[in-house]
Design a protein around this ligand. Sequence first.
Ligand code: ZN
Length: 98
Amino acid sequence: MKCRHCHERPVSRSRGLCWKCFYQPSIRAQYPSTSKFARRGEGIGCIQAPLPAFPTTAMPGTPAKITVLAERARLKQSLWHPEDATDVSPASSVPRAG
Ligand SMILES: [Zn+2]
């Protein structure tokens, strides 16, 4: 099988590309992964998305938090802000048996 881009060299890398084409970022970007395991939803993956402008006070698992996450995904922002509200507090933390 020949490379999807240059149609000259044999496929030796993922995305149906040859070694030379795969390691040129401008070429690789033109060919999305062909793996069924690489299909991911918005906001999930290894691409570093920009942080949301503001943290949310919506608690995890609530419909309000889901709405916030959907909006962040729509804006192609990171789903999580380091200052988002969490349900971890001294009063709610449970000591773990170990
Ligand atoms: Zn090639």
